[in-house]
Structures are given as structure tokens and as C-alpha cells.
Design a binder for this molecule. Structure first.
Ligand code: HEC
Length: 176
């Protein structure tokens, strides 16, 4: 029996449709845990309104519990990537859970967290480019990156001063 190209294409495309339909049933959990203001970064770090607005615009979807889930986060397989990014992002850095961790970690680690923010913003590693492709409003200009960097440096200096006062010196690197 001869099978024409058209038949093959028809079978392949209906196979694809079936796969996409089946994929919709695989739904990883999309969460927005309840936010407690006293645990947030704002409650524990001095952060001017304009910097807070930048972090909210460019980072909060993946690094806070206040994610605004986009419509395509409902459609597999795209949803799998989006949910995975948010879960991973929150695990590394969560603006809504600053205090929770701070209770069990030394000030030194808070400094490290600011250092990581500084490095990611300075190097252009964050926000992820796959995100800014679909969220152009989250792109940061060079001035905005400098603003975040300078704020993070300032906060790090404050933390180090506090450590010195307490007789615990630390190294401070990569300031803006
Ligand atoms: C689209 C989601 C997304 C956005 C938006 C985003 N991040 Fe991330 N971020 C991630 C993920 C996912 C990781 C985990 C590491 C990785 O896979 O690269 C991460 C990791 C990090 C880390 C930890 C790096 C490390 O080595 O531990 C820092 C710091 C960070 N991001 C800062 C930021 C800042 C600051 C912004 C905003 C300017 C931002 N991110 C925007 C998803 C995001």
C-alpha cells in the first residue's frame, strides 16, 4: 500500500493535536501563598519607593509570592516552563519571605543576598530574557540597573557597618 505525503502529514498533525490536548491535563500547581507584610523585604531592608517599583516591575513575578500569572500560564506546555521558573525563582530569592529566612540565617547571608541581586542586575543576567521577550515593560535601562546596583551597595555597606559594630567583620566585594 502506498501512503502519500498528505496522509502522513494528516496523521502526524492529528497526533500532535492529541498530544497537546492530553498535555492540558498535566497541571503543576500554580501558587500565590498569602503574603505577610512583616516578612517582606520592604519590612527589613531600607528600600526607596523608586527601587521597590523597579524590583516589582522587573523581578516580582518570579521572586515574590505576588506573581501575576499570565494567560499563557494556563496552556501546556508553556505553563510548565512558566511555573517552573516561578518556583525556582522563589526558591533562590523571595521578596515576600525575607524575614522568614532571616530568622535562621546570619546577617552575613543577607549581605550575600544583596550581593547576588547586585551581580545579577549588573551583569544583565536578570530579569531572564525569555521573560522580557513577553514582558517588554520589565526591561531595565542602564540607568535603572545602576539605580538598583547603587541601592544594593548602599544597603550592603549598612549591613557591614552593623557587623563591624557587633565585632563581626566580613568581606565586601563587587560594589557599584
Ligand atoms: C521569569 C522569571 C524571573 C524573573 C522575571 C527574574 N528572575 Fe531571578 N531567577 C529566576 C530563576 C528561575 C532563578 C534560578 C536560577 C536560574 O535558573 O537561573 C533566578 C535566580 C536569581 C537569583 C539567584 C542567583 C543565584 O546564583 O543564586 C537572583 C539574585 C535573582 N534571580 C535576581 C533577580 C532580580 C534582581 C530580578 C529582577 C531585576 C530577577 N531575578 C528577575 C527567574 C526570574
Amino acid at each position: 500500500m502506498k501512503i502519500g505525503v498528505r496522509t502522513i502529514l494528516r496523521i502526524a498533525s492529528s497526533g500532535l493535536v492529541v498530544l497537546v490536548v492530553l498535555a492540558q491535563f498535566v497541571r503543576p500547581a500554580k501558587t500565590n501563598p498569602i503574603v505577610q507584610a512583616d516578612r517582606s523585604m520592604q519590612a527589613h531592608v531600607k528600600i526607596p519607593d523608586d527601587v521597590a517599583a523597579l524590583l516589582k516591575r522587573a523581578c516580582a513575578d518570579c521572586h515574590s509570592d505576588e506573581t501575576v500569572w499570565p494567560w499563557y500560564s494556563n496552556i501546556a506546555p508553556v505553563s510548565w516552563f512558566v511555573i517552573d521558573h516561578v518556583n525556582h525563582g522563589r526558591k533562590h530569592l523571595n521578596f515576600s519571605e525575607w524575614q522568614n529566612e532571616a530568622q535562621s540565617i546570619p546577617t552575613r547571608t543577607l549581605d550575600h543576598r544583596l550581593e547576588e541581586i547586585l551581580k545579577e542586575v549588573k551583569s544583565g543576567g536578570m530579569p531572564l530574557s525569555s521573560y522580557t521577550l513577553l514582558h517588554p515593560e520589565a526591561r531595565l535601562t542602564d540607568q535603572e540597573r545602576d539605580r538598583i546596583c547603587n541601592w544594593a551597595s548602599e544597603e550592603r555597606r549598612r549591613i557591614v557597618r552593623r557587623l563591624k559594630k557587633a565585632g563581626r567583620l566580613t568581606l565586601i566585594e563587587s560594589l557599584c
